[in-house]
Design a protein around this ligand. Structure first.
Ligand code: ZN
Ligand code: ZN
Length: 343
């Protein structure tokens, strides 16, 4: 089969023929329908040191995917041929301390689908059955392929109370827009989105006419948010950009006793003054790495079921897998929404 493979430390991927995956008794084989490009795939493309550490080379990339089960291991009881599934990329063991205490997201023996084990920029993929989320019949492949990244935005939003709260979302890329959509559905009141890329600003304004989308290059975000919140700031800040300045702004615009979800991955250490920003404010800070298994997946499902937020328009481009170079260039430009690769 054809796959995108990272074989060594050099930047880039190879599009080449590889052996079909072999499944074990607890696995399923999926025929990949669509896989979306994640920020971490871009880091992997460029061989960023942080992500190289997490990879076991050679490896097939791609983890935000949706596929149809075409083969079922002999011990698998929860899935059958024809089921439409997405893998939870934090492939957990089900047996360690964290798995036993409801925190499989932080499993001690975690494998990462598409980083430490082969993923889904390929025609087929092996997925352990315990890490499969089964979609309801009739789910579109495209919606299936973004269920996992929808969960990242969702986890940031649901890491504390959101109902009746004011929220600032830093970064209106796909995950930021997913977070805004989730915050609206789950009862946030005033919502602000901050972004600098013109296309994303235009898209966010069009999708969320009731949300204040701030162009942080042209408007002073602190003043805009303070003026709109009686000088108090927001109850919740969600950081998705990984940008150092945005991370500091998250706390500047935060109400006392507010909470911050840090989701975006910074490229290195950030200088940050804890005293005014966290201690004096009694701020609560949560790191967000992936999704709560399976709670976040159910929350995404519940959000979609309301019909109040359709994330599909956030998918702006589709490429055949063979045209990955073009797709990655576009993903990196910051001017697109979600991009799908179709094997
Ligand atoms: Zn991802
Ligand atoms: Zn575990």
């Amino acid at each position: 089969m054809k796959a995108l493979v990272k074989s060594g430390d050099a930047p880039g991927f190879e599009y080449k023929d590889v052996d079909m995956p072999k499944i074990g008794p607890k696995d399923v084989l999926i025929k990949v329908k669509a896989t979306s490009i994640c920020g971490s795939d871009i880091h992997a493309y460029h061989s960023s040191p942080g992500i190289l550490n997490m990879m076991k080379l050679p490896v097939i990339l791609g983890h935000e995917t949706c596929g149809e089960v075409v083969e079922v291991g002999e011990s698998v009881t929860n899935l059958k041929k024809g089921d439409l599934v997405s893998p939870e990329p934090h492939v957990f063991c089900g047996e360690c301390y964290y798995c036993q205490t409801g925190a499989a997201l932080n499993c001690l023996n975690m494998e990462l689908f598409g980083l430490s084990m082969n993923g889904a920029f390929a025609e087929y993929a092996r997925v352990p059955a315990l890490a499969c989320w089964k979609h309801p019949p009739g789910t579109s492949y495209e919606l299936g392929a973004i269920h996992e990244p929808l969960g990242v935005g969702m986890h940031g939003v649901m890491a504390g109370e959101i109902n009746g709260k004011s929220v600032a979302v830093f970064g209106c890329g796909p995950i930021g827009m997913f977070a805004i959509g989730a915050a609206r559905v789950f009862g946030a009141t005033k919502i602000f989105g901050l972004e600098v890329a013109p296309n994303r600003i235009a898209m966010a304004r069009q999708l969320f006419p009731d949300v204040t989308i701030i162009n942080s290059k042209e408007q002073d975000p602190v003043r805009t948010i303070m003026d709109a919140t009686d000088g108090l700031g927001v109850d919740v800040s969600i950081e998705l950009s990984g940008n150092a300045e945005a991370t500091r702004l998250c706390f500047q615009v935060l109400k006392r006793e507010g909470r911050v979800s840090l989701v975006g991955v910074p490229s290195g250490p950030i200088e940050f003054d804890f005293h005014p920003n966290i201690i004096l404010k009694e701020a609560r800070v949560s790191g967000v790495f992936g999704r709560v298994v399976w709670q976040t997946w159910w929350q995404v499902r519940a959000m979609l079921d309301t019909g109040k937020f359709d994330p599909l328009p956030i998918i702006t481009h589709r490429f055949p897998l063979s045209e990955f170079e073009q797709a990655f260039k576009l993903a990196e430009s910051g001017e697109a929404g979600k991009i799908l690769l179709i094997p």
